[in-house]
Design a binder for this molecule. Structure first.
Ligand SMILES: [Fe+2]
Ligand SMILES: [Fe+2]
Length: 200
């Protein structure tokens, strides 16, 4: 079988769906490679900074690695701005969605909200409210999100920092991505329609 026979999903057979399952498993195994290619494209994204977005991500991941952070944390930082190209208005959510099956609920939450927490460093210069993050003041991971941005994001624009290469992080990325904890169906079973078991 090269393709299924149906044109409407409701007409598909068990054989069709078993075949598609095998195709999907093969496609899933290529995810790390697609992530690496997407990271490479960050070499040419937002202009104006003294380093590229890729270099920014590598610098954060390198700082985390040298500070002895977990593989999950290193990968979360490596990917935290991967949404810049296509989710230009919601890049934090895109990165969080990509990471979700591979990291803790806590890291997922931090990455999902890092854009708001980052505003503390610049919004007051642009007529915005640098204290937007205060809406999460009582959240159990409020301080962790502050630490994430302070230690591995806002300080990672230094052209003189000796970051590790993307290749250095590939084995770590592959390791973390080799064990997805759930897919869409399991996410629904676990967290229900709200998509989370954590309240703000
Ligand atoms: Fe960001
Ligand atoms: Fe960033």
């Amino acid at each position: 079988m090269q393709t299924v026979n149906f044109t409407r999903m409701e007409d598909g057979t068990r054989e069709d769906y078993e075949f598609l399952d095998r195709m999907e498993d093969e496609y899933k195994s290529g995810l790390p490679e697609r992530i690496i290619n997407a990271l490479r494209k960050l070499e040419h994204s937002l202009a104006g900074y003294r380093i590229s977005r890729l270099e920014h991500c590598l610098q954060g991941a390198t700082r985390a690695h040298r500070a002895g952070e977990s593989d999950e944390m290193i990968v979360a930082i490596l990917l935290h701005d991967i949404g810049d190209e296509l989710a230009t208005y919601s890049h934090s959510e895109m990165a969080a969605a990509i990471l979700r099956p591979f990291v803790s609920e806590k890291l997922y939450w931090i990455v999902k909200h890092h854009g708001v927490f980052q505003m503390y460093y610049y919004a007051h210069h642009c007529g915005g409210d640098r204290n937007c993050r205060e809406i999460y003041r009582d959240h159990v991971w409020y301080q962790d999100a502050i630490d994430f941005c302070h230690n591995y994001d806002q300080n990672c624009f230094d052209p003189d920092y000796d970051s590790e290469s993307l290749e250095f992080f590939v084995p770590i990325l592959r390791r973390v991505m080799s064990q997805p904890s759930f897919d869409d169906a399991e996410q629904l079973a676990r967290y229900g329609a709200s998509g989370s078991n954590v309240s703000a």
